[in-house]
Design a binder for this molecule. Structure first.
Ligand code: DLZ
Length: 170
């Protein structure tokens, strides 16, 4: 397998756009919480490492991956921050983990959240939504991608958020 034993989450800070003024939302699904918390930690620490102010990262929790769509849209449409006027976000990251079970539920949740987040990227807010939803066959695969041997997809989502926020603002 091409990804066997590889950490896929390395990044080069110098090559990234300036992130010091960005405001990023992160929506976290509670299903498979051990996995999604590690994804959140990866995203948060990478954003801060790349220059985003920790006070400019806003979190919203939702029950499951299917609810990420609603949570992300609410974040796209809201303003945040202590300063007045409060401001819209520059990007939103959707964090979830769907693990295949014995029923077709996996397929419906995966299809629903993928299609829903695609739609959010086309709506009038023009705030990019980054897809950080693991869709794995086993818990071991999810662990490997949320701070394990394959790195942390939350960290990769943070890099994508910075790049897409810069594109939005360009
Ligand atoms: C119902 C369900 C199932 C079976 N599996 C998962 C999962 O692996 N990961 C996940 O994030 N959510 C799961 N859910 C919950 C749905 O996403 C959703 O919260 C419920 O269907 C309620 O709308």
């Amino acid at each position: 397998m091409a990804t066997a034993g590889k950490d896929l989450s390395a990044y080069d800070k110098q090559s990234l756009p300036d992130a010091s003024k960005l405001r990023i939302g992160i929506v976290v699904a509670e299903w498979n919480e051990d996995i999604t918390e590690n994804l959140f930690k990866g995203a948060f620490s990478t954003l801060v490492d790349c220059g985003v102010d920790s006070e400019a990262i806003f979190r919203c929790d939702v029950p499951g991956s299917f609810e990420l769509i609603y949570g992300c849209r609410k974040m796209q449409e809201s303003t945040y921050g202590a300063s007045r006027p409060t401001k819209a976000l520059d990007a939103v990251i959707a964090i979830g983990s769907v693990i295949r079970g014995e029923t077709a539920h996996f397929d419906f949740v995966c299809q629903g959240v993928t299609s829903g987040i695609k739609d959010l990227n086309l709506n009038k807010t023009r705030i990019p939504v980054i897809f950080c939803v693991l869709t794995d066959d086993t818990r071991e695969q999810s662990i490997a991608r949320s701070g394990g041997i394959h790195g942390n997809k939350g960290s990769e989502a943070a890099i994508a958020a910075i790049k897409m926020a810069a594109l939005k603002n360009s």
